[in-house]
Design a protein around this ligand. Structure first.
Ligand SMILES: [Zn+2]
Length: 76
């Protein structure tokens, strides 16, 4: 049985943090996009609205677009 990710939204800056429901380690989007699993304990995470919200959260999107840009710049 998969457990749902734990989300905590910072009400001051809107940043969304995610925690593993098994070991309470903080999770990064890059850990979740591919595997939907915790890299620390290997716990399988439920692919629910909260997880999608975390992956698509604004602070994360900025980070992703930045890293995508640097990748394409490196390759050109
Ligand atoms: Zn874990």
């Amino acid at each position: 049985m998969r457990k749902a990710i734990i989300l905590q939204e910072n009400s001051q800056n809107g940043e969304v943090l995610a925690y593993c429901p098994y070991c309470n380690e903080e999770l990064e989007v890059s850990d979740l996009e591919m595997f939907f699993a915790c890299p620390f304990c290997g716990g399988a995470l439920e692919d629910n609205d909260d997880l999608q919200k975390f992956i698509l959260s604004p602070s994360v999107r900025t980070w992703v677009s930045k890293s995508m840009k640097s990748i394409s710049e490196r390759n050109s």
